[in-house]
Design a protein around this ligand. Structure first.
Ligand code: RNT
Ligand code: ZN
Length: 424
């Protein structure tokens, strides 16, 4: 099917009507659009190659699991960049690219993770400058023989632990280089797979060692544009019973050491949502990083869609007026469908949830709540879901020169035919 291209004049007409409807609730659509355009979304690079990277070291991914083998996976940095560029051309707003250390570029022989530096990321950095996107970074504590025991920064083997401490230090150097080159914030996220499949005899020592490792890593001050976040997790495959970097562990550590806490939407009990956590932790922590993901039954990292979890998350950020204190980074990977389609669907859904949140009649809802008018409040919350935010979204896409409505689906099919299907 050829998906319809909406006429510009129709989009403008519908926008004018939507603008009036929202104005009746005291909502300024122009302002919402301006805010959305400036929300920097950190787009994860790893949807494009199924979290494989360019080292070919083997080793497991620390319990993260990318399933499916849809053709057209990016096999080289150039292919990955081309796929990212295609995706970016279909997305409005501001973007950064989120890299992992194992996306280093080398001459076929991977540089050891304790020896990587800005040089292995020179092409990425130049590319980011040219495309006017920011960069974020992650040390990679998995997919490596030295992570096979299931422990990295909390390992009882001192050589292994020192190895990963050194890797983290190299990543700090790379991140500081990015911050300087791009003159921009660089969010660095630490996620380690450390944990045990079954009952550990000692839950204490790994956490003590982890604290010591982080203290060593963070000992030297770093460029203030480098924002360091630590990601907690409930459990992973192979770490069902015990995760060293649990929620309590990282909440305590980040509070004490003034780091960012990273909340991943898939890293809590299956019925637990992260939107309720923002007003709790941001009362004490200056900033947080959110990994935008979609768990189904477990931390499955499905492509993000416009569901209640996502809408609640964005609403909380807007209602709490904390857009400048919450960094948003996507984190999902599906290899069973066209990967550009996966990326764009997920990121557009996040942006749609944000525009929806920015058009929320929050002030009226708060007044109704204070006046004890519970039924009216609930009724308006439900009716607000039918307000014409799609017309505002399309108008925003038009202004940003990216496809409106479903037209972008034509683009991914064409790219699949022209480019992806030729990758054998
Ligand atoms: C794993 C974490 C982590 C990774 C990425 C690749 O459970 O969510 O953020 O998905 O670093
Ligand atoms: Zn994550």
């Amino acid at each position: 099917m050829k998906f319809p291209i909406l006429k510009d004049s129709k989009i403008e007409e519908r926008y004018q009507s939507a603008k009036e409807i929202y104005a009746d609730y005291g909502i300024d659509t122009e302002k919402a659009i301006e805010v959305l355009k400036n929300i920097d979304i950190s787009m994860h690079c790893w949807q494009g190659d199924d979290v494989v990277g360019f080292e070919n070291k083997g080793g497991n991914n620390g319990g993260t699991l990318c399933t499916g083998n849809h053709p057209g996976v990016a096999r080289t940095p150039d292919e990955l960049r081309s796929d990212i560029e295609k995706s970016i051309s279909l997305l409005p707003g501001k973007l950064s690219l989120n890299l992992h250390a194992f996306y280093q570029e080398n001459d076929g022989d991977a540089v050891d993770r304790t020896e990587i530096g800005p040089k292995q990321f020179e092409n990425w950095c130049n590319w980011a400058k040219e495309k006017k996107v920011g960069l974020d970074f992650n040390p990679t504590f998995f997919a490596h023989p030295k992570a096979e025991s299931g422990f990295t920064l909390s390992s009882a083997d001192n050589d292994i632990r020192q190895y990963w401490i050194e890797h983290a230090k190299r990543c700090r150097e790379i991140s500081a280089h990015f911050a300087k080159e791009l003159n921009d914030d660089v969010v660095v996220n630490y996620w380690i797979p450390d944990g045990a499949k079954d009952l550990p005899a000692d839950r204490w020592a790994p956490r003590e060692r982890l604290t010591d490792s982080y203290n060593q890593i963070f000992k030297d001050d770093i460029d203030s544009r480098v924002k360091e976040a630590l990601e907690c997790k409930l459990f992973g495959i192979g770490s069902e019973e015990y995760v060293v970097g649990s929620s309590e562990y990282y909440l305590a550590y980040t509070l004490m050491k003034k780091k960012l806490l990273c909340l991943d939407m898939g890293h809590f009990h299956p019925t637990e949502n992260i939107h309720d956590k923002l007003s709790a932790v941001l009362g004490f922590l200056p900033e947080v990083l959110v990994h935008v993901s979609r768990p189904i039954r477990w931390d499955s990292d499905h492509v993000v869609i416009l569901n209640d979890d996502l809408m609640s998350l964005c609403r909380e950020i807007v209602r709490g007026d904390v857009l400048n204190r919450v960094y948003l980074a996507t984190d999902f990977f599906d290899a069973s469908i066209n990967r550009i389609g996966a990326w764009v669907t997920g990121i557009r859904s996040l942006q749609k949830a944000l525009i929806f949140a920015l058009l929320d009649p929050t002030n009226i809802l708060k007044d109704l709540e204070l006046a004890g008018k519970g039924a009216e409040k609930l009724a308006l919350m439900e009716e607000a879901k039918l307000l014409p935010y799609a017309d505002v979204w399309n108008y925003l896409c038009l202004q940003e020169n990216v496809p409106t409505g479903t037209a972008w689906i034509n683009d991914i099919s064409k790219y699949e035919n022209d480019i992806l299907s030729k990758r054998k």
